[in-house]
Design a protein around this ligand. Structure first.
Ligand code: NIG
Ligand code: FE
Length: 379
């Protein structure tokens, strides 16, 4: 794999013959081990400053996510700290988080902005994501999430106007100059945050610029976000704890994938998303860690475990959701998410002959994952 792509797959003897003339920098003996595709984390908020561990204590004492949000905590708390942080400081903590993700087997991750809300800080976050994307070795799908919360003193309509008239044209300009590459557009469509109409306007404007629609919907209240996403041709809709039956059917028909986030439902003691119903109806189900100051989890093996136990997914379903389906949610299933000739050489080697140990051992991945390989290089 000198160029980072998978060259051949097959029995050891056939591969030996095929490459008998070649010299390799490194050979790994995988006898008795499992090789799996690198894990794909389809939803994270990894660039931020400001601790929110105190909010965990508040939630344990009974406060809800929205009570904390409306009292100026939650996203707004992180926004204040992220606005004050330097770009270098944000990059350093982001790098550490990416390292932890890679150690847990993630080789492709979706990374959102969204703790700036104003243009200046949203761009600062996107520059940090761009720098990490260029640096590698982890692959990144970048998401503009300027509609993560309504900034203080504005209505949702005013915030949507600002995004559509100022933020998106600037992203277009920076994209055409090759300075910042953004893949997806996101909105937090929720009661008391962005209503359905503002969500539609923002997502449509992003789509008009060529961004993939990938947004937060139907998390705390049924909003008909899934129906809207299907109508707009969304690549992915996240959360969906409160999705309607019609929303599920519409997503299946439109091939809009569901990015389920077991850590959030667990942390906030929400109703579990109906993964079984979605799978039975033919929805493409993906998984994400939702890493953010509310759900502090960087490990996709733990996410798969929670998906199996709490959302009743089988282990093969969870693995598909954390690899090829998560790659689909990011519009990258043609190049990532499975071990196929010509795809990017992203894989993990686990020290067990049964791959299921990756899910079964809750929090055991430190011992189990022996190698993480990204773009053909051991990291
Ligand atoms: O996906 N629901 C909105 N966004 C995040 C939480 C962000 C935060 O609380 O900082 C989520 O869970
Ligand atoms: Fe999120």
């Amino acid at each position: 794999m000198t160029d980072g792509f998978i060259k051949a797959i097959g029995r050891a003897d056939a591969i030996q013959t095929l490459f008998s003339e070649e010299t390799f920098e490194e050979r790994i003996d995988c006898s008795g081990k499992c090789i799996l595709p690198g894990l794909v984390d389809a939803h994270t908020h990894p660039v931020w400053a400001g601790e929110r561990v105190h909010e965990f204590a508040m939630k344990l004492a009974g406060a809800t996510y929205m009570e904390i949000h409306q009292a100026g905590g939650g996203i707004n708390f992180t926004v204040e700290h992220t606005r004050q942080a330097s770009e270098e400081e944000l990059f350093c903590s982001f790098q550490q988080r990416l390292q932890c993700m890679m150690r847990a087997g993630t080789t492709l991750v979706e990374c959102k902005s969204g703790y700036g809300l104003n243009l200046e800080t949203e761009l600062k976050m996107l520059r940090v994501i761009e720098r990490a994307r260029r640096q590698g070795p982890i692959s990144i799908s970048a998401t503009y999430c300027g509609a993560h919360s309504v900034p203080k003193g504005k209505t949702a309509t005013e915030a949507a106007d600002e995004i559509i008239n100022n933020h998106l044209p600037k992203l277009k300009e920076l994209g055409s100059r090759g300075e910042i590459h953004v893949d997806n557009i996101d909105v937090f469509c929720e009661k008391g945050v962005f209503d359905l109409n503002s969500t539609r306007r923002i997502l449509q404007s992003g789509k008009d610029l060529g961004l993939q629609i990938n947004f937060h919907g139907d998390e705390l209240h049924p909003m008909k976000a899934a129906e809207l996403g299907a109508e707009l041709g969304a690549q992915a809709i996240s959360h969906l704890e409160e999705v309607s039956d019609e929303g599920i059917a519409a997503m299946a028909t439109a091939r809009s994938s569901a990015v389920l986030l077991p850590t959030t439902a667990y942390m906030l003691r929400l109703k579990q998303p109906r993964a079984r119903k979605m799978l039975d109806e033919g929805v493409i189900v993906a998984l994400g860690s939702d890493f953010n100051p509310n759900a502090y989890c960087l490990s996709m093996p733990m996410v798969m475990h929670l998906a199996c136990v709490n959302m009743r997914m089988s282990m093969p379903e969870a693995l598909a959701a954390a690899t090829i389906n998560a790659a689909y949610a990011l519009g990258k299933s043609h190049t990532h998410g499975s071990l196929e000739v010509g795809k990017q050489g992203d894989l993990i080697i686990i020290n067990s002959s049964r791959w299921e140990h990756l899910i079964y051992q809750f929090g055991g991945h430190h011992e189990l994952i022996e190698y993480v390989i990204a773009k053909g290089k051991v990291i």
